[in-house]
Design a protein around this ligand. Sequence first.
Ligand code: LFR
Length: 473
Amino acid sequence: MKRVAAVDLGASSGRVMLGDVGPDFLQLRELNRFWNGPVRVHGRLHWDILHLYRSTLDGLQAAGALDGIGIDSWAVDYGLLDSDGRLLGNPVHYRDARTDGVMERVLEEVPAAELYAVTGLQQLPFNTICQLSAEKLEQATSLLMIPDLLGYWLTGEIGAERTNASTTQLLDVRTREWSDELISRMGLPRRIFPELREPGDVIGTALPDETGLVPGIPVIAVGSHDTASSVVAVPAEHDRFAYISSGTWSLVGLELDAPVLTDEARDANFTNEGGVDGRIRFLRNVMGLWILQECQRVWGDDDLDGLLRDAAAAPPFAVLIDPDAPEFLAPGNMPARIDEHCRATGQEPPRSRGAVVRCILESLALAYRRTLRSAQTIADREVDVLHVIGGGSQNELLCQLTADASGLPVLAGPVEASALGNVLVQARALGEPLPDLSAMRALVRSTHSLRRYEPQGKPADWDAAESRMIGTR
Ligand code: LFR
C-alpha cells in the first residue's frame, strides 16, 4: 500500500488529495481545496502563483508522512527563472490578451503545415510558443511549466515533464525532444528549455526546511498536464473508447499509439498531445463549462443545480451558439456575448437563465458530436463507448445531451480523474504492481462507480440542429 499526495491544479480550483493505493485499493481524500482563477493587475491577467504554492503546502503539511508527491496542472503556462533561480514576474494567464494577433506572427515565421508536421499540435492562440513570442526573455535562464515550477520550489530541481512540455508547441512529437530547429527559427533562447523528464521519474526530495514537510518525501513526476493524468484514469475496458475530460475545458478525443499528422487532422485542428507511457492524446479543445462558469460569475448565481433544473425544463434547440467562437475565450460578460452571438447569427437571444444554460449545454453537446465524429474518421478508429471524466461528469443534463447528440452510451466518472491518474503513476513509480495503463484503468473501474447514460430522443433532431450550427474555428 502506498500513501501519496496529488496536487491537482485546475483553472478554477486547486486541490491536494491524499491517495491510498494498493493491489485492490484506490481511494482519495481531500486535504485542501482552494480557489484559483485569473487576477487582473494593470490590465494583465495573472495566476496567483504564491497563493497556489501556499495552499499546496497547507495541504501537504496536513498529510504528514507520505511516500510521494505528484503535481499536475493546466497546460501551456509557465514561470521564468533568472540566473539566481528566482521567479521573473508572476506567471501570466493563458486567457490574457497579450497573445492577441501573435499566432499570425508565429505562422509567418513557421508556416502552419511545418509547425504541425513537427509538433502535431492544434493551433490555439495561447500555446506557449505564442506566449513566448510576446515575452521579454533577455534575463530568463529557465522556463518552467507550472507543475515543474512548483516541483522546483519543493525540491530545488529543474526539469520539464514531457506531457506538459508537449503543449508548448516546441516539442517534436516524434522524437519527444525539444525541437531545436523550431526554437531557433522562433528566435527563442535554447538555454531556457530544461532537460525533459518522464512521468514516473523522481524529481527530487522535498526540502524539509524550505517546505515544512516531513523530511525525505520524494516528489515524483506524473503526467503533469492535468489532461494527461485524467486520461490515465479513464476506466476503459478496451481500445474502442473516446473520452471527454470535462471541466473548464472539454478535451474531446481518442487515445492513440502514434500521432496523426495528416492535412485532414491539421485542418480539423486536432492536437497530438503527449500522454503517459508514450501514448498520444488525439483531441480537440472544446470551450467547455467555462462559458457557463462565466455566466454564473456575472449573474452572481452559484446554484448550479437550480440552473440545470431550469435548463432541463427549457424548450430544446431554441438557440445554438458555436462554443469555440473566439469571443468566448476571454473572461467577461458571457451572457451579453451570447446575446450578441445570437443576434449576429440571426437568432432571438435566450430570455431566461434556464434558456441560456440550455443553449450552452446543447451547443457543447453538438460540438462534442462533431469532434467525436471527425476524430474517428481522421484517426480511422471506431468507438462504441464515450467516457466522460472530471468535474463535468457530474452534470447529468450535459451527460444525457452528450449521449443523445453523439449516439454513444456515455459512462460518467470518475470525477477526480486527474488526481487519480496522478496517484496511480506515483504508485507505480514506487513499486505497486500496476504494469500498464490497462492495469491502472482496471483498478479505477473496480473501485469507482460509473453512471451510464443511453442515447435517447430522435437522432434526426440533432442532425437538424447540427445543420443550423455555424462552423467552428
Ligand atoms: C485543461 C487544460 C487543457 C489545456 C488548457 C489550457 O485543464 O489543461 O488541456 O488546453 O487547460 O492549459
